[in-house]
Design a protein around this ligand. Structure first.
Ligand code: SF4
Length: 734
């Protein structure tokens, strides 16, 4: 066990705050601030500060559990692994490989995500793998790929935010979801910049804004179109930029011109003067950014909605220029890396596409298998969960808790219960693990080494700081043990660095090229990480041909727009590597074939479910500062529970008066999919036509019992952010 303080990163959100863990004389570790890490400069939210509490043996699993006579009972590792391998072999023989499913998580390290994708395709031979990151930011990823040819949450470091002129923050509440990030927006305003927050609620983040726009949930697409309409009408387009660095403007312009400000006011509830004020602030000369998060993304039109906001950046020349651009504030700890290395249904490592023959050949060669043996793309996350118990008979689930976090959760829970066989790897007995046939207790962040990729595309090394409790094994050891039992003796090392070395080779030449990154390099200096793409020097790789191929992004620029005004660092212009990788993308060219960004013409359409007589109110869901995602870990920490003990229904005083409800009264929120009960929290900071519920809790207050699984046609992301509900007073105390 390390005896000195170990620099590492928080296990929770995608900000990946730097921290150090110092051993305590009594055993265990305590969190120590790391002011040298530039993203959080020592600041941590309560979740990060209290993270070691989940390491304690009191709240976690330390022995495998197998179901016997209806209950989960302790078992040995060999027995548990034999049982899983035996069941998987039986189901595969009886129903085919696609009857086996794998469900991963955005909290898994890059090494685990990579190994899990390889395990599904090489050992099980199934196409049925996806992960909960699909629920997190896949619409932003799809829109980014359409417009820029590449998806990296932020194409610039967070430290650029205070150096821009104006930020429009759409459907994001960093004051609750990643509090240390709020200082970047405060510094922006101290530097004379402006912050516009778009959110149906007057959140703690909106309190920091110069302008708060509160559109009706599900109408941010119309809002962006209305702003673009005004920008055109007021002659604020950057004509030269549009001509030289983009394509498709005329169609996007025509679509926006159909969205008159008065029409947009009727759809969104945002007044025309407010629209004009937003345009005036955003179009001040100089740099500007648009940042989105789950608000616009978790919609059945999320890809188009994000596309509309990207169009706004492109029309005003605010992408691929210093301190300007569009970015997505990714949510989960490794939401970014998790979608780059193969646990997504359509993806191979390096952000390669599973249906691309060249990508299949490259990865198959690294894996030592026939490219034709690799299955094709499978179902997206919700579709996979919906197929459980029918097409998919057995599931391996790693680092996810869909019984709480999936939309239409009661239905998903029923699907999970109908499986022939469920195996779960987790650190605690989550609500989903409690339904399993076998539960494997695994190591967590501070007990293992691995890399994550933050919302900035910054690859970071999280180092082991203490020894795991007896009886616990790593996810990599689980995959190694299962692979061996299923007849694949090689190719699943248990050493994370060995896995990362293979990942480097598999990613070489891909969009997310990690081939120039090594553990040694990540450990160097102040541990500030390395931004992808970071292609290798040929000499660094066992397979020099792959490195010579270079990243698709770093090919020399020929023609196109040529370099823009510099000052903020540039995209690497050759196959060589920069010390920090590529902190800023697109300064010379976009990652499209012609190097130009693409406008995508989009038009407003309503949410999949609009209010009606029976369900007259809109529900939107989100997070609170003291809990994280499904709460599997944070609900086990006393100080976080004291701060956020349970769910609530936030509603406007006018709606409360109509219901005759007072603060704290039990309210039932009913949708076409289910019912949830929680106490009323009355505030004028929410629209009168909308209620809000946080989604961290199971049981009768489970917000996802209500949410709508209507999927975006491109990203296959469910519409968590808007559905129609009825609110009524419930008997008793929640
Ligand atoms: Fe951890 Fe995110 Fe809080 Fe930072 S903001 S301490 S990464 S949960």
């Amino acid at each position: 066990m390390p005896t000195a303080s170990t620099p590492t990163h928080c296990p929770y959100c995608a900000l990946q705050c730097g921290m150090a863990l110092s051993p305590l004389p009594t055993g265990g570790v305590e969190v120590v601030e790391r002011p040298d890490f530039p993203v959080n400069r020592g600041a941590l939210c309560g979740k990060g500060r209290s993270a070691p509490a989940v390491l304690s043996s009191g709240v976690r699993l330390t022995t495998p559990l197998v179901r016997s006579g209806g209950s989960l009972v302790p078992a040995g590792w060999e027995e548990a692994l034999d049982l899983i391998a035996g069941e998987f072999a039986r189901v595969r023989a009886a129903h085919g490989a696609d009857a086996l499913g794998v469900f991963g998580g955005g909290g898994l390290t890059n090494e685990k995500a990579y190994a899990l994708g390889k395990f599904a395709r090489v050992v099980l031979g199934t196409s049925q793998i996806d992960y909960n990151g699909r629920f997190c930011m896949s619409s932003a990823a799809a829109a980014g790929i359409k417009a820029f040819g590449l998806d990296r949450g932020l194409p610039f470091p967070m430290e650029d935010i205070p150096r821009t002129g104006c930020v429009i923050l759409v459907g994001s509440n960093p004051a609750e979801s990643m509090p240390p990030a709020l200082r970047f927006f405060d510094e922006l305003r101290e530097n004379g910049g402006t912050l516009i927050v778009v959110d149906p609620r007057r959140t703690r983040t909106a309190e920091h804004a110069d302008l708060h726009l509160a559109p009706r949930p599900g109408t941010d697409l119309a809002l962006a179109l209305g702003l673009l309409h005004l920008i055109v009408a007021e002659g604020r387009i950057d004509e030269e930029y549009v001509r030289e660095r983009t394509t498709g403007w005329e169609d996007a312009r025509a679509a926006a011109m159909a969205h008159w400000p008065e029409y947009v006011e009727r759809i969104t509830g945002v007044s025309v003067p407010q629209l004009r004020q937003a345009v005036r602030l955003f179009c001040e000369p100089g740099a500007a950014m648009v940042l989105t998060a789950r608000g616009p993304e978790q919609q059945s039109k999320g890809t188009d909605t994000v596309g509309a906001w990207i169009n706004l950046c492109l029309a005003t020349g605010r992408a691929g220029r210093p301190f300007s651009g569009y970015g997505c504030l990714t949510g989960q700890g490794n939401g970014q890396g998790g979608r780059e290395h193969g646990q997504k249904a359509d993806q191979l490592p390096g952000y390669r596409k599973l249906d691309d023959p060249a990508a299949r050949r490259h990865v198959a060669e690294v894996w030592g298998v026939d490219p034709d043996s690799l299955p094709g793309p499978g179902r997206s996350a919700y579709e996979l969960l919906d197929a459980l118990g029918s097409d998919v008979r057995s599931l391996l689930l790693m680092g996810s808790n869909p019984v709480v976090s999936a939309p239409r959760a009661a239905h998903v829970e029923e699907r999970i219960r109908s499986l022939d066989f469920l195996a779960v790897c987790d650190v605690v007995l989550s609500e989903t693990a409690a339904l399993a046939d076998v539960v494997l207790p695994v190591t967590q962040w501070a007990e293992e080494t691995g890399t994550t990729t933050s919302l900035e595309g910054r690859v970071l090394l999280r180092r082991r700081a203490l020894t795991a409790p007896d009886g616990v094994r790593s996810d990599l050891e689980v995959l190694h043990g299962l692979a061996a039992r299923l007849g694949v003796e090689k190719g699943f090392p248990t050493d994370p660095e060995e896995v990362f070395e293979e990942l480097r080779r598999a990613s070489a030449g891909g969009i997310a090229d990690y081939s120039g990154i090594s553990y040694r390099r990540l450990a160097e200096g102040a541990g500030e990480g390395v931004f992808w793409p970071c292609p290798a020097d040929p000499a660094d790789l066992e397979d020099p041909k792959a490195a010579e191929a270079g990243s698709e992004l770093t090919e020399p620029v020929d023609g196109g727009a040529g370099p823009r005004d510099g000052g903020a660092g540039r995209q690497d212009g050759g196959a060589g590597r920069q010390e920090r990788g590529t902190p800023r993308l697109f300064l010379d060219r976009f990652a499209t074939e012609d190097g130009r960004a693409r406008f995508v013409p989009v038009s407003h359409r309503p949410a999949a479910e609009e209010p009606d007589e029976d369900y007259p109110v809109l529900l939107t869901t989100g997070r609170v500062v003291a809990q994280y995602q499904s709460g599997a870990q944070t609900r086990r920490v006393d100080e976080l529970n004291a701060a956020a003990p349970g769910p609530f229904v936030e509603l406007h005083p006018r709606l409360a008066a109509r219901l005759g409800a007072a603060e704290g009264d039990a309210l039932a929120v009913v949708s076409r999919r289910g019912r949830a009960v929680a106490p009323a929290r009355i505030t004028p900071g929410i629209r009168p036509d909308t209620v809000f519920m946080p989604f961290h809790w199971p049981g009768e207050g489970r917000a996802n019992s209500l949410t709508n699984p209507a999927l975006d046609p491109t990203s296959r992301m469910p519409e968590f952010k808007v559905c129609a509900v009825r609110v009524e007073k419930a008997a008793g105390t929640p």
